[in-house]
Ligand binder design. Sequence first.
Ligand SMILES: NC(=O)c1ccc[n+]([C@@H]2O[C@H](COP(=O)([O-])OP(=O)(O)OC[C@H]3O[C@@H](n4cnc5c(N)ncnc54)[C@H](O)[C@@H]3O)[C@@H](O)[C@H]2O)c1
Ligand SMILES: N[C@@H](CCC=O)C(=O)O
Length: 542
Amino acid sequence: MDAITTPPAPLNEPNLTYAPGTPERAELEAELKLQEARQLELTATIGGQKRMGGGPEVRVVQPHDHQHVLGVLKGSTQADARDAIAAAQEAAPGWRALPLDERAAILLKAAELLAGPWRQRLNAATMLGQSKTAFQAEIDAACELIDFWRFNVHYAKQITAEQPIANSRGVWNRTDHRPLEGFVYAITPFNFTAIAGNLPTAPALMGNTVLWKPSPTQQVAAHLTMELLEEAGLPPGVINMLPGDGIDVSAVALAHPDLAGIHFTGSTPTFQHLWSTVGQNIAGYRSYPRIVGETGGKDFIVAHKSADPDVTRVAMLRGAFEFQGQKCSAASRAYVSRSVWDAMRDEFLAEVDAIAVGDVTDFSNFMGAVIDDRAFAKHKKAIARAKESSTLEVLAGGDVDDSVGWFVRPTVIESSDPTDEMFGTEYFGPILAVHVFDDEDFESVVAQMESFAPYALTGSIIAQDRNVVAWARKELRFAAGNFYVNDKPTGAVVGQQPFGGARASGTNDKAGAPSNLQRWTSPRSIKETFDPPKDYRYPYMG
Ligand SMILES: NC(=O)c1ccc[n+]([C@@H]2O[C@H](COP(=O)([O-])OP(=O)(O)OC[C@H]3O[C@@H](n4cnc5c(N)ncnc54)[C@H](O)[C@@H]3O)[C@@H](O)[C@H]2O)c1
Ligand SMILES: N[C@@H](CCC=O)C(=O)O
């Protein structure tokens, strides 16, 4: 259909409350019981066919109850990867020939299914598999993924409508927004079901076919996301899902001449490894692969002496400890003016110590467990070092216990030394480093923290003095891709605060924004001349 069409206007999906007695609470509780009672066979999906990979077995467990197995996957082998690439190549001509409206309708349908009958299935899987509370799962697995799918359709329509603004007389210029020539390799992190669902579908919407390699610890929700997309009408071979650690898949995909792009979210070292492998193989590709990666952070809060102590307290608590601190945008370092700290310290530490941590199926808990034994060991080591150091003091939390689940108490560590590794290293867990400074040292503290960490993902300024807000916004212009004023540095909403950072935090292509979708197209300019010249000489040549 060639008509210019208008898809439904995108609206952010509202968060349901899960208050006692609500229908969503009852549905979610029933779904949790059902999913806890079964063990899924976590298959690969290649050309629409489900099959177990040929690699080693991985048991996917509940992080808050690590003896409880939710499903079993088998790692994808190089042969699985080759089959998936062949399936993506086979599906490509039909998929890119399908009009954008038809591809978009599949994602809009997926969004509606997720807002309705699939909501509690994906929420329960995210709670059990990634140890998120009901409210955290609702924000991630339901609302953010619905928003990605709805807003991306809107942006894709905008991008493809974009045409040259000038035509010389007798000429018609057009832009053909082609997909990339080859397959896109989407590699997704454990911590967000929404990101896992967005990374393969954004390039697919733009007409590309995809290999999707989810994180093993997110595989339960990823498996259900794949089923949901199939129910929404995604044709076989458009997205091919390959469970496992990705090592063998990368050995094949990154060496393949048809690798057209990488859509990655995860840690900085993994991204750097992928990019350098592409660099080593660069002469062997048909096209230069597009590389999009959103990676780590060491996200900050700076509280000026004019900050409201209550605003600072809540921003620090929610910013650092919601989602177990396992959010790329979680506040993990705070710089607080002494007068503000003195006004909030006791209440803040008492509140942190009172945070309920435990099994996420108990709705009274504010936090669940960290994702796995590796994360647990990393946090345990960082806390043990703090307890032994003479310049660090553990003010709250500091207890860890992995007897049932990988539990790390929300931990606040104060340091007089802002050059300690606590202020530069991403732990990706519930550990907040605090540096308290004399009120008059505000400017020098901001200068030091601006580039102490290699990252530039998110950050907040808390201040009531408007001149200070303006000054900090200018001084910290390159320190964060998402900058917050009088708020926590986390909780970006699709369509409202396009998300991503620079420096070691990624390519800042902004997930869920036009700039991201643009990376999955390779525009062709078409010029048509209606009355072409028939003599090569210029007029003045006579
Ligand atoms: N900036 C953002 O938008 C954003 C969002 C979410 C998470 N993150 C970051 O993600 C990290 C946490 O996620 P994680 O622990 O899953 O990260 P990770 O880097 O350990 O893993 C990310 C993905 O890469 C895969 N992987 C690792 N090596 C691979 C290889 N050689 N080939 C193919 N796949 C490979 C993993 O299996 C996983 O699927 C944190 O650093 C966090 O800051 C960033
Ligand atoms: N949209 C999220 C980013 C998720 C990263 O893990 C936020 O800003 O809270």
